[in-house]
Write a new protein. Structure first.
Lengths: 311, 305
């Protein structure tokens, strides 16, 4: 093997394949241009998210104040560039004199991990269930598909509200409820993909070799759906972030005094006539992060899996 | 068509039962309502009395049958807070919610569809870019923040519209925009991409070849077919519209079912929560049935399945 010429190496076939690709300029161009445009968009889209992740990670260093520290002598101070504002409080203070900026920075520490944990939990349940439904079809698929239909045909926020009404609010309840809201997104896409994958030769071959169904799903099916599931997940995280903020806004999510974006807006509602800044900046943070995640998801989808465009 | 209607009715009944089961499980399995409602210093007897009052001392399957039976009879018990039967309390408020949801839906269609159509006809132009920016921002803005910002600008800074309550048409403007914007953005985006797809088909080419004006081709030949997915989207999103109504009503003090639910939760007014969720679920399932039937009317292929 050591003296073999480069052409006879196993990789040579794909190399030649790429060369042939380059010989067709039309196809080559069409492949490359969306890639660069997409990549550029990804980079731009990722900026607000990256800033937020960094803010969450280094909250203790970046935040100018303790997010819980009240200073009743400095209630509802306007942002520093307005008259009456203080340089120490860049985005002003809220109704009990807490620094708005510090609360936004610490809020990222709540909103992002909750949304990610809920999505991960949703994926952990949705991907296997979708794979099982698509692989076994028949009655299992019937039950699971109906369950998905029923859940999709019901206003999720209402469902979440009724659970939290009884169980009482809290972070772990919030994560579980949001995960219930996200698993269907994964399960539906994965099920559709697996319906096609199960007929592929490598799956048939594994089956012919006597590999158990569980092993085929874990080793052959799931790795093939993961990239798509990742795109679905990215597109879904934005929705979950908004849901989390909405529940916290309604007083059913993160509980005070823990700083969360939705909570801050709920407090700000009563002071909107006299302190616009407390209502404006936390919401701006939510919008920018969701915008960033959505664009990231759209960009990833166009690059990794354009078939999902209408999904 | 008759078979299609029959099949859809059957399907709706199945979904309704599923939704009710889901609500029942959510309400019963996520905690003991009696434990939430009794005062902290209540004795064990008190708790037992409460559990009996709520019918929580019988086996789960019996509770389920009771829940369905009482639900169908509109019996949800008496509101703890208001001291009147929960069901009429909820149905009375439904009109306010329906009014708000209809305004938002109308607004979403009246704004979203033209934006999508024009964007698809001017693909790549700066108008198209602007329209898509609207769609992307509209989909990333949470209802409650948009509501607060609208109050800030149009009630506080420039006092044209009231900050809340229900009255004449001016009370409807800000909540309607709040609830309708996300939906308008989705409609604009979908209308554009479906129009683009349809405009590339051969029957549109044929219509043009016949010498029909662009106006007729766009509005009559293309739009009709592009509308099918939009109708589906409306059906799928009605759920989030009802959910959004809960938030919007809270912000604008709109006396609807959504605000009632939130208040009922904070007072632990369990019968009202149950009655309201039951009502909204049934309305939602019925609307979906109508959308499905509409879908069958618009697309003969759907009926054949």
């Amino acid at each position: 093997m050591a003296g073999a010429s480069p052409e006879s190496r196993p990789g040579a076939l794909t190399m030649a394949g790429e060369d042939t690709w380059r010989l067709v300029p039309h196809l080559g161009r069409r492949r490359r241009i969306p890639m660069t445009w997409g990549s550029l968009r990804l980079v731009v889209a990722a900026v607000p998210l990256a800033v937020t992740v960094l803010a969450a990670a280094f909250a203790a260093t970046l935040a100018p104040h303790d997010p819980l520290a009240q200073d009743l002598g400095r209630r509802l101070l306007p942002p520093s560039w307005l008259s009456g504002g203080s340089g120490a409080y860049l985005l002003g203070t809220d109704q009990i004199g807490r620094d708005v900026l510090s609360r936004i920075i610490y809020g990222a520490r709540i909103s992002l991990p909750i949304a990610l944990a809920a999505s991960a939990l949703g994926a952990g349940v949705g991907i296997p269930l979708g794979a099982i439904a698509g692989y076994f079809r028949g009655r299992v698929d019937g039950v699971l598909s109906n369950a998905m239909d029923i859940q999709l045909s019901f206003p999720f926020l209402l469902f979440a509200i009724s659970i939290i009404a009884v169980s009482g609010p809290g972070v772990s309840v919030l994560v579980v409820v949001l995960a219930i809201g996200s698993w269907v997104a994964y399960a539906r896409i994965v099920r559709g993909m697996v319906l096609g994958l199960r007929e592929k030769e490598f799956v048939q071959a594994a089956r012919a070799l006597g590999v158990s169904s569980g092993r085929i799903i874990a080793r052959q099916i799931v790795p093939n759906v993961l990239p798509t599931a990742f795109v679905v997940g990215t597109l879904d995280v934005g929705r979950i972030i908004i849901l989390e903020a909405t529940l916290s806004f309604l007083g059913l999510g993160v509980q005070p005094p823990t700083p969360s974006w939705g909570m801050s807006l709920s407090d700000a509602r009563e002071y909107i006539q006299i302190a616009w800044w407390t209502a404006t900046f936390p919401g701006l943070a939510i919008m920018l992060v969701v915008l960033s995640v959505n664009q990231l998801g759209d960009g990833l989808r166009d690059i990794l899996d354009p078939r999902l465009r209408f999904a | 068509m008759r078979r299609y209607v029959f099949y859809k009715l059957l399907h709706t009944l199945g979904v309704a039962l599923g939704v009710l089961t889901l609500v029942f499980l959510a309400l019963r399995l996520s905690g003991d309502p009696a434990a939430m409602m009794v005062p902290p210093d209540a004795s064990l007897q008190d708790i037992r009395a409460w559990r009996h009052e709520l019918g929580l001392d019988v086996p789960l399957h019996e509770q389920y049958l009771r829940f369905l039976r009482d639900g169908l009879h509109g019996k949800f018990g008496t509101s703890f807070k208001h001291g009147v039967p929960a069901w009429p309390l909820v149905t009375e408020r439904m009109w306010a919610t329906a009014e708000l949801a209809l305004v938002a839906l109308g607004l979403a269609l009246a704004i979203g569809m033209p934006i999508g159509i024009v964007a698809s006809r001017t693909r790549g132009s700066s108008y198209d870019a602007l329209a898509m920016a609207f769609a992307v921002f509209g989909q990333a803005t949470p209802y409650f923040w948009l509501g607060l910002m609208l109050i800030l600008v149009f009630s506080v800074q420039i006092p044209i519209f009231p900050t809340g309550g229900r009255g004449d048409w001016r009370h409807l403007v800000l909540p309607g925009i709040t609830l309708g914007t996300f939906f308008a953005a989705s409609v604009a985006r979908l209308t554009r991409s479906c129009m683009l797809e349809v405009l590339g088909t051969e029957y549109v080419l044929t219509a043009r070849a016949k010498g029909l004006s662009e106006r007729v081709v766009t509005l009559k030949h293309a739009l009709k077919n592009a509308l099918i997915p939009v109708v589906t989207l409306i059906g799928l999103h009605l759920g989030s519209l009802l959910g959004g109504a809960v938030v919007t009503e809270t912000i604008f003090a709109w006396p609807g079912v959504g605000r009632l639910i939130i208040f009922a939760i904070s007072y632990r007014d369990y019968p009202v929560v149950q009655a309201a969720v039951f009502l909204l679920a049934m309305i939602f399932v019925s609307i979906n049935l109508v959308v499905d039937l509409l879908y069958g009317l618009l697309d003969p292929r759907v009926r054949a399945e």
